[in-house]
Design a protein around this ligand. Structure first.
Ligand SMILES: CC(C)(COP(=O)(O)OP(=O)(O)OC[C@H]1O[C@@H](n2cnc3c(N)ncnc32)[C@H](O)[C@@H]1OP(=O)(O)O)[C@@H](O)C(=O)NCCC(=O)NCCS
Length: 373
């Protein structure tokens, strides 16, 4: 068995950002127009009036202040309220591929590697743009990587699950290095007309180079001490979009064909599961909670992360112990914890232990214990 390391991380951040103020103004314009258009039906009690959203609620309930997006104008247009992403011809690289390649180039550069050093590509993300061919194979072609590529979807936990598969391949000698990329266009599956969730998501792509330790040369290496994954079925985060919609004569644009959640139930169910999984994983690895210098947690909700770390440490975390990126990125699904790792690693001394952890739909939870080399 070979030792596997993460030898480089990469990030692609879209060019546009939407503040809570801009998002709420667009949402409330839509609400006022809806209520005016349906005034008579609302007065007769046949239609429920819609309620306005609020910047103060969003920040207090989630910690989110803004989000990066691949398209701003389409989302903020109160008559559209979804990103505008024109279809591309089959001869052009797709938008997921393009984002993945940008993040991958950043990771390759930081790992001091080129396409020739990589033997496999895993695209691990929540929303894949087509059934086939796999986006990973397109990324492979765009970067000029030989070997294999395949796609994986474990919703918000796609990156940690992908990391385990990549680490296994490297440990078993099936690949010298594997590129794991997480291109997330979460705004395309978000219902911007739903007050409960219209503020939740943003877009981004991340990349990880998982490499054999004896071959790695980069100055930024993390040994993968172990991975532990858990899934438990739940309908509390769900999206019914899929290829069977057509055969069911279903409305492909109905609300359930977008992201839907019972946020409060998710919060209550998932926090204890994450804290227990991380604690058990540390214990099995011969480490104590006090040995961990950093938690790069999934970035969905600030209050969730504070609670998880409080459960683990028995006290409130210092900001540097569980860095936050969701204030400016919002929830970028599987990319979130990797963005935190990417942005908050350089200050750690050699030998420092950190935990990368994801949680989300499935439910799915991943814990990856890393030690800086
Ligand atoms: C989604 C989430 C931020 C909502 O926060 P919450 O505190 O649970 O809020 P609730 O949905 O219970 O709503 C509380 C109140 O605010 C209101 N509210 C909801 N959205 C609002 C908005 N945009 N603006 C103003 N008020 C709003 C609700 O109507 C409710 O009012 P009521 O008390 O009069 O009924 C939170 O539950 C969450 O993040 N959960 C975890 C979700 C998660 O991690 N999902 C993973 C996704 S991959």
């Amino acid at each position: 068995m070979h030792q596997a390391v993460i030898s480089g991380t990469g990030l692609y951040t879209p060019a546009y950002s939407i503040s809570n103020e801009e998002l709420v103004e667009s949402f409330n314009t839509y609400v006022r127009a809806f209520n005016a258009d349906h005034a008579e039906a609302i007065a007769r009690g046949e239609t429920d009036a819609l309620s306005e959203s609020s910047v103060a609620f969003i920040e207090k309930a989630s910690g989110i202040k803004s989000r990066f997006v691949v398209d701003k104008a389409g989302i903020l247009d109160p008559r559209r309220m979804m990103p505008r992403i024109p279809e591309r011809s089959n001869d052009e690289w797709g938008i997921l591929c393009e984002m993945a390649v940008a993040a991958a180039k950043d990771a390759l550069q930081r790992a001091g590697r080129s396409a020739a050093d990589i033997d496999g590509v895993i695209v691990a993300c929540s929303n894949l743009q087509r059934a086939y061919p796999a986006v990973a194979i397109e990324v492979q072609a765009a970067l000029g990587i030989h070997g294999f590529g395949f796609d994986m979807n474990v919703a918000c936990s796609s990156a940690t699950f992908g990391l385990q598969v990549a680490a296994n391949a490297v440990q078993l000698g099936q690949a010298r290095a594997v590129l794991v990329v997480d291109p997330e266009i979460c705004t395309a599956h978000l219902n911007f007309r739903d007050r409960d969730s219209h503020f939740i998501f943003g877009d981004a792509a991340t990349a990880l180079i998982v490499e054999r330790a004896d071959l790695a040369t980069s100055s930024r290496q993390f040994e993968i001490l172990g991975t532990k994954l858990l899934t438990q079925f739940s309908n509390n985060i769900r999206n019914n979009f899929g290829f069977l919609n057509r055969a069911a004569d279903a409305d492909g644009l109905a609300a359930d064909k977008l992201f839907v959640q019972e946020g409060r139930k998710v919060f209550k169910d998932v926090c204890p599961m994450v804290a227990e999984l991380i604690a058990a994983h540390l214990h099995e690895t011969g480490l104590a909670v006090s040995d961990v210098q950093r938690y790069w947690l999934h970035q969905a909700n600030l209050n969730m992360n504070l609670l998880i770390v409080r459960k683990l440490l028995g006290r409130d975390a210092e900001p540097h112990e569980a860095p936050v990126i969701l204030d400016t990125y919002a929830n970028t699904s599987s990319a979130g914890s990797v963005i935190a790792l990417h942005k908050y690693q350089d200050d750690l001394p050699s030998g420092a232990v950190g935990v990368l952890s994801s949680f989300g739909a499935g439910y799915s939870i991943g814990s990856v214990i890393l030690r800086k080399r």
